[in-house]
Write a protein that binds this ligand. Structure first.
Ligand code: NAD
Length: 491
């Protein structure tokens, strides 16, 4: 990647592919322009628009680097991941500003993403000294029976735009550490952040063709999924694309790890501390402009406290200052693209047609703002649990409020969607909270706190259509990148 300064204009990065240890243009020579979602007059980057031949070259490079990378062993590979962690940390501000300019999130949210990424990389690096199997008793005398984890081979890593650093990092690090050469295909909306991450890994020692970066859209993803030399695909994105990947790979038993969407609920019971609940829900719903797979997008509230909660939510949401990510006063940034903005507006239109009432927001904001994709923080009241907005991911700053009658009815509504990523429960009664935890159909549960947030050593996991295959982060991730083998050694 060679940044250059246009005449008097902002820094425009030329974001290139990285194949076989070289930064290069797409075979076709085509590029895609990316603009700042908070200011559409600002061109942020031109990135390679790659196709199937670029993927072929990257897979070939990964294959040829495989043996030497495996021979290095997990301890040395862990040291490389640790060096990458340090390099990312040293470039914290540059990473955060890049994320904010190309994705739109607030600078402080972007700084948080960088810090979380460093923690993830450090955690993963440490596993280089622990990755292994077990020694087991054998039936035969003078025999050692053991299990071992071996890398599955070349992997394709397909990522979305909403965590343009953390998600690529939490795939690249375990792939490389376990011995799998990788091809990263980031979202075409956030190519520059991915390129900076690859720069750090390369500088840390991930060389010999083991880390490749191919920019582009669906065509690149499909070529990776189709390539018989790719042993596994780790994907984060929408359910629809996840299903397409799984279906395309099934005939050749392609191993997949699919982290998909959510329609996450906060269940507020009658005895909840409503101020605490409202603060947590507003943070979970409007942080990162609602563009998190775990973002709270439904509030299921006991009828007896409905009015008191909605007035708190509405007041807090309406008070959020909307602005560009570099504005230190802003509390809600833009959504990432015109498509996202249209999806939010269409969702609100359909919801009101189905009987919902706009308590606050509901429209695009332009007054006093640069030309960008700014959506007003939106609370919809009187939402029916079977309506489109209550069932489908909107992925923006739009929160739906649904009434319920007590715990059982609340849980029925919470569980009435095809997704199962995250959920939050608000109550002062621990036994109610534990009873609810038993029955909530979601992978990541929170009580009396925002329904978002994760730790590197905890599985990032959903149930139902939110997830397929081993979880990411934590020790579970090795079940994707490695395969078990056994050995019996007589002496
Ligand atoms: P998306 O599904 O549109 O795209 C994700 C990636 O897949 C992109 O790199 C895209 O170019 C690529 N792609 C598109 N079509 C493809 C195909 N046919 N074959 C292979 N690759 C293809 O998702 P998005 O809009 O980038 O991200 C938003 C989605 O990601 C939301 O649904 C959100 O919930 C989900 N998400 C999930 C998690 C999680 O951990 N579960 C985390 C973040 C985001």
């Amino acid at each position: 990647m060679e940044p250059r300064r246009a005449d008097g204009g902002p820094l425009i990065a030329q974001v290139r592919n990285h194949i076989a240890d070289r930064w290069c243009d797409a075979d076709s020579g085509r590029t895609q322009e990316n603009r700042n979602p908070a200011d559409l007059t600002e061109v942020v980057s031109h990135s390679a628009e790659s196709g199937a031949t670029d993927v072929q070259a990257a897979v070939e490079a990964a294959r040829s680097g495989s043996a030497a990378w495996q021979a290095l062993g997990p301890v040395r590979r862990g040291e490389i991941v640790m060096r990458a962690a340090r390099l990312v940390g040293e470039r914290r501000q540059e990473f955060a500003e890049t994320i904010t300019r190309e994705q739109g999130k607030l600078l402080r949210e972007a700084l948080g993403e960088v810090d979380r990424t460093v923690a993830l990389l450090e955690y993963t690096a440490g596993e280089g000294r622990r990755l292994g199997g077990a020694t087991l008793p054998a039936d035969d005398p003078r025999t050692v029976a053991l299990t071992r984890r071996d890398p599955i081979g070349v992997v394709g890593l397909i990522t979305p735009w909403n965590f343009p650093l953390a998600i690529p990092a939490w795939k690249v690090a375990p792939a490389l550490l376990s011995g799998c050469p990788a091809i990263l295909k980031p979202s075409p909306l956030t190519p520059q952040t991915a390129a900076l991450l690859v720069e750090c890994f390369v500088a840390a020692g991930a060389v010999g063709g083991v880390l490749n970066l191919v920019h582009g859209g669906r065509e690149v993803g499909e070529a990776l999924v189709k390539d018989p030399a790719v042993a596994g695909i780790s994907f984060t994105g929408s359910v629809e694309v996840g299903r397409a990947i799984h279906t395309a790979g099934a005939p050749r038993f392609l191993r997949t790890q699919l982290e998909m969407g959510g329609k996450n609920a906060a269940l507020v019971l009658a005895d909840a501390d409503l101020d605490q609940a409202a603060d947590a829900i507003v943070s979970g719903a409007f942080g990162q402009a609602g563009q998190r797979c775990s973002a709270t997008s439904r509030v299921v509230v006991d009828r007896t406290v409905h009015d008191a909660l909605v007035s708190r939510l509405t007041e807090r949401a309406a008070a959020l200052r909307v602005g560009g990510g570099m504005d230190p006063e802003a509390r809600l940034g833009p959504v990432v693209s015109a498509e996202r903005l249209q999806a939010c507006l269409a969702g609100v239109r359909q919801a009101t047609a189905e009987g919902a009432v706009v308590a606050t927001g509901g429209q695009r904001l332009t007054d006093g703002l640069p030309e960008g994709y700014f959506m007003a923080p939106t609370v919809l009241d009187g939402v029916r649990s079977d309506s489109h907005i209550a069932q489908e991911e909107i992925f923006g700053p739009v929160l739906s409020v649904i009434e319920c009658d007590g715990l059982d009815d609340g849980l029925r509504i919470v569980n009435s969607v095809r997704y199962g990523m995250a959920a939050a429960i608000f109550t002062r009664d621990t036994s109610l909270a534990l009873a609810a935890l038993d029955r909530v159909e979601a992978g990541m549960l929170h009580v009396n706190r925002p329904g978002v947030g994760a730790y590197p050593h905890m599985p990032h996991v959903g149930v139902k259509e939110s997830q397929y295959g081993p979880a990411e982060c934590s020790l579970q991730v090795w079940d994707f990148y490695t395969q078990w083998r056994t050995a019996c050694i007589s002496y």
